[in-house]
Design a protein around this ligand. Structure first.
Ligand SMILES: [Zn+2]
Ligand SMILES: [Zn+2]
Length: 373
């Protein structure tokens, strides 16, 4: 079987057998058996799911990362290789990532003797959890590397092109949970209580002013309230109102500004109406931070291979690859999925025709990274 047909088959296997974050056992076994069959050296790190392999020998070491987990999404495609696991789907394209990195691994293996150092392949669990990147780092699997590369399939980059952007390409992600607390009362006697519902509502509307009035218009930011909950009937004013949501920013300063502004707003709106608010803030990954020399290399390799590249707009999704970049230099690239719906949609499907070109590109990128970085 030729490489293209083989990689499609691997992709389809992954797509048919999606597993959620930290449950990627069959996926890990499958990757392990492919690597073993190809004679690729497995590196021993204490990972429950996911694995690390190496090609070549000695210094320098550069790393290539794919994520391996799927989402709790019920698939609604009519693909012959649709998910066999009910309520689970590779709706983010990590199946494509795995097939492309396996392809790159096999191509690198063919020219192992010519490599000027070591390529470390990171099959990372639980990108969606998130936190898999930190689990991998805690095992020491990244120690000694000079740079790390990763990528994601997205529909908004034109088919056949690569999105290669310096600086942040995905956003810093925070989650907030606010509980406005007042005093419950009869719906007919609001003055006998402290109604949390109008206060939470005021906050929801005012929160949008943070993006439009506080953050620079040249700097992308998002505040989304995604979950509101208060009361359970028509004639009781409830004691509390819950407001949950997320913020997305592209830099450290904006991230701190949005957090500070949002918390101040919640506290002061609550106070103005005699209520209190409890704030739970959950920090997700920061924005990715693509290094200039890694980006220049990625562009040069694309040009040499005749693959057009664009500077994509940022993507306000989060990516735990950014944790690697807090410690190591690297670049996170965007690969076109072709014409499809957004990632995480139950009808999402990646362009299988792009798997082999992506694998070939990644193999060359790693080879050149060993020479040039
Ligand atoms: Zn995702
Ligand atoms: Zn993803």
């Amino acid at each position: 079987m030729n490489m293209e047909a083989y990689l499609k088959e691997e992709y389809e296997w992954f797509h048919t057998h999606p597993e959620l974050s930290y449950e990627e056992e069959a996926t890990t076994e499958h990757i392990r058996s492919v690597l073993k069959r190809a004679g690729v050296r497995l590196a021993e790190y204490p990972l429950k799911t996911g694995l690390v392999a190496e090609i070549g020998a000695g210094e320098p070491i550069v790393a290539l990362r794919t994520d391996i987990d799927a989402l709790p999404v019920e698939e609604h495609t009519d693909l012959p290789h649709a998910s066999k696991h009910k309520g689970k789907m590779h709706a983010c394209g990590h199946d494509f990532h795995m097939a492309a990195v396996l392809g790159a691994t096999l191509l690198l293996k063919e020219q192992e003797k010519k490599l000027r150092g070591t390529v470390r392949l990171i099959f990372q669990p639980a990108e969606e959890a998130p936190g898999g990147a930190r689990v991998v780092m805690d095992t020491g699997a990244l120690e000694g590397i000079r740079a790390i590369f990763g990528f994601h399939v997205v529909p908004f980059v034109e088919k056949g092109t690569l999105g290669i952007k310096e600086g942040a390409v995905t956003a810093g992600v925070d989650r907030f949970v606010l509980r406005f607390r007042g005093k419950g009362t009869h719906a007919a006697a609001p003055d006998a209580g402290l109604d949390a519902i109008p206060v939470a509502s005021e906050f929801v509307l005012a929160a949008q002013n943070i993006v439009s009035r506080r953050v620079s218009p040249f700097s992308p930011a998002v505040v989304s309230v995604t979950h509101l909950e208060a009361g359970n009937t028509w004639n009781v004013i409830p004691e509390t109102a819950l407001v949950e949501g997320t913020t997305r920013t592209m830099g450290r300063e904006d991230r701190a500004l949005v957090r500070e502004a949002l918390c101040t707003l919640a506290e002061h709106i609550a106070k103005a109406h005699g209520l209190t608010v409890e704030i739970d803030w959950h920090e997700g990954p920061p924005a990715t931070a693509n290094e200039t020399d890694c980006i220049a290399l990625a562009r040069r390799v694309a040009e040499r291979k005749g693959i057009p590249w664009v500077t994509p707009p940022g993507w306000m999704a989060g990516e735990d690859f950014a944790y690697y970049q807090e410690k190591y230099k690297g670049a996170f690239l965007l690969v076109s999925t072709g014409d499809t719906v957004a990632n995480h949609n139950p009808k999402f499907h990646a362009d299988e025709g792009a798997i082999l070109p992506t694998a070939e590109y990644l193999a060359e990128l790693m080879t050149e990274a060993l020479r040039e970085l």
